[in-house]
Design a protein around this ligand. Structure first.
Ligand SMILES: [Zn+2]
Ligand SMILES: [Zn+2]
Length: 208
C-alpha cells in the first residue's frame, strides 16, 4: 500500500516575516479595534501582521525561526507554532538519530545498506554506508511512505519504506531514492512515521 503526502519542497527553517509598517496599521487586523495611546499595537512574530493586545497575547516558542523562548503571536499563528513545538520535542530527535535502510538510488541495481538521518541543521537527509549521499529537503518534490502488513480487518499498517523524488542542485533530472527497512523494522518504522509527520507538518504550514 502506498500513501502519498504530496509535494514537500519546503524547509524546517523559516525566515522572519517583514512586519507591516506602523504607519500602515491603524486598526487591529483581527477585531478591527482602532489603535490609540491606550490601545497599543503589537506585531505577531510569525506573520508580521499587527494586532491589539487581546488578539496577539499568546506567547509560544517558534523553533522554526530559532526563537526558543516564547514570543508574541496572533491566535492563528500560535496554534500552528504550538503543534511545531510538540513536533520538535518528539519527532526531530528520532529523525536526527536515524535508522538503517536498504537504499536504492536512481536506477542503480545495487542496493546498499545505509544509515539514514536528518542532518543537525535539519536541511538534509544524510545517507551513509560505503558511500555518502545526501538529499536536500527543500529539493524533495514527492515523498511516499510504503507500508506493509495490510490486513482485511483493517489492522494497523506498519511503515516499511519510503520513496523520495528530488532534484539535485544543478541538475534538471529528478532522481528517485528508495529506502526499505533493514532488519530493525521497529526503529525504521518509528523513523519513517516521524518523517511522515514532518512532511505533513511542513506541507500544512507551507503558506504560513
Ligand atoms: Zn484585536
Ligand atoms: Zn500571526
Amino acid at each position: 500500500m502506498v500513501r502519498r503526502t504530496g509535494p514537500l519542497a519546503v524547509r524546517f527553517r523559516l525566515d522572519e516575516p517583514q512586519w507591516v509598517p506602523d504607519k500602515e496599521c491603524h486598526r487591529c487586523m483581527q477585531c478591527d479595534t482602532k489603535f490609540d495611546f491606550i490601545t497599543r499595537k503589537h506585531h505577531c512574530r510569525r506573520c508580521g501582521r499587527c494586532f491589539c493586545d487581546k488578539c496577539c497575547c499568546k506567547k509560544v516558542a517558534l523553533p522554526r525561526m530559532c526563537f526558543v523562548d516564547p514570543v508574541r503571536q496572533c491566535g492563528e499563528c500560535s496554534l500552528i507554532s504550538q503543534k511545531e513545538v510538540e513536533f520538535y520535542d518528539k519527532q526531530l530527535k528520532v529523525l536526527t538519530a536515524g535508522s538503517t535502510f536498504v537504499v536504492i538510488v536512481g536506477s542503480s541495481e545495487k542496493p546498499e545498506t545505509m544509515m539514514c538521518r536528518l542532518s543537525n541543521n535539519h536541511r538534509y537527509l544524510f545517507l551513509d554506508g560505503d558511500s555518502h549521499f545526501e538529499v536536500e529537503l527543500s529539493r524533495i518534490s514527492t515523498m511516499q511512505v510504503l507500508t506493509e502488513g495490510s490486513s482485511p480487518g483493517g489492522g494497523v499498517l506498519r511503515a516499511a519504506g519510503m520513496l523520495l523524488q528530488h532534484q539535485p542542485p544543478g541538475s534538471q533530472e529528478v532522481l528517485q531514492v528508495r529506502l526499505d527497512a533493514d532488519d530493525d523494522k521497529r526503529t525504521a518504522s518509528t523513523w519513517l512515521s516521524a518523517m511522515h509527520k514532518a512532511a505533513k507538518l511542513l506541507y500544512e504550514s507551507r503558506d504560513q
